[in-house]
Design a protein around this ligand. Structure first.
Ligand code: SF4
Ligand code: SF4
Length: 201
């Protein structure tokens, strides 16, 4: 019984005189190599050179502070529930009197961790957050040697306290994105239609 129509019978034929010389095959191989010297390189010298990201690129998260410098996160846990990779864990605590400048709400995240090896950068945590606290940015998660070092805590995730060092998320906080968060029927990539990025490019 024939299992496939794509089988090919291999015949061990004698090599011709030219094939026995090997020289044409070597020259042919070298010609292919030389042609590549003059082609545009597909690689870049990362990290000195970096590619331009698509507007929909989602990289390392940031936990934002409000305009007064207080952490916006209220440890509601909605981001963790929305996360399909179960990458987010947190522990909440109650704000003490005098800590109003540190935490915006009465409850805050004492511990907030994202396992970057689990994260698939889908952005669902950002969509789920009712406090405009968590955002994905265009920063790359740097490489590391140990798995434990990919569990990012608040020391790496929370916005710097200095106002001039805050992470800019204005690209992800546009009125279209806010509309998208209210109206889930809009496709996320539809927000960028007509702009430079086209899905699949
Ligand atoms: S981007 Fe997606 S996978 Fe990563 S932490 Fe957020 S919800 Fe989880
Ligand atoms: S980041 Fe947002 S969704 Fe997640 S716990 Fe904080 S406030 Fe809730």
């Amino acid at each position: 019984m024939q299992l496939t129509t794509r089988s090919k019978v291999v015949v061990k034929k004698q090599m011709s005189f030219m094939e026995k010389l090997y020289l044409p095959a070597i020259l042919g191989g070298m010609w292919i190599t030389i042609k590549h010297f003059f082609r545009k390189k597909a690689t870049i010298k990362y990290p000195e050179e970096q590619r331009e990201f698509a507007p929909v690129y989602r990289g390392m998260h940031v936990l934002k502070r409000d305009e007064n410098g207080a952490e916006r996160c209220t440890a509601c846990g909605l981001c963790a529930v929305a996360c399909p990779a179960e990458a987010i864990t947190m522990e909440s605590a109650e704000r003490k009197p005098g800590e109003e400048h540190l935490y915006r709400e009465e409850k805050y995240a004492k511990i907030y961790e994202i396992n970057m090896l689990r994260c698939i950068f889908c952005g669902l945590c950002e969509e789920a957050c009712p406090k405009e606290s968590i955002f994905l940015t265009d920063r790359i998660v740097p490489s590391d040697d140990l798995r434990k070092d990919f569990i990012y805590g608040k020391d790496k995730l929370v916005d710097p306290i200095e106002a001039d060092k805050r992470i800019d998320v204005s690209k992800r906080e546009t009125k279209e994105v806010l509309e998208f968060k209210k109206n889930k029927n809009i496709g996320h990539n539809q927000l960028f239609e007509g702009k430079k990025f086209k899905s699949g490019s």
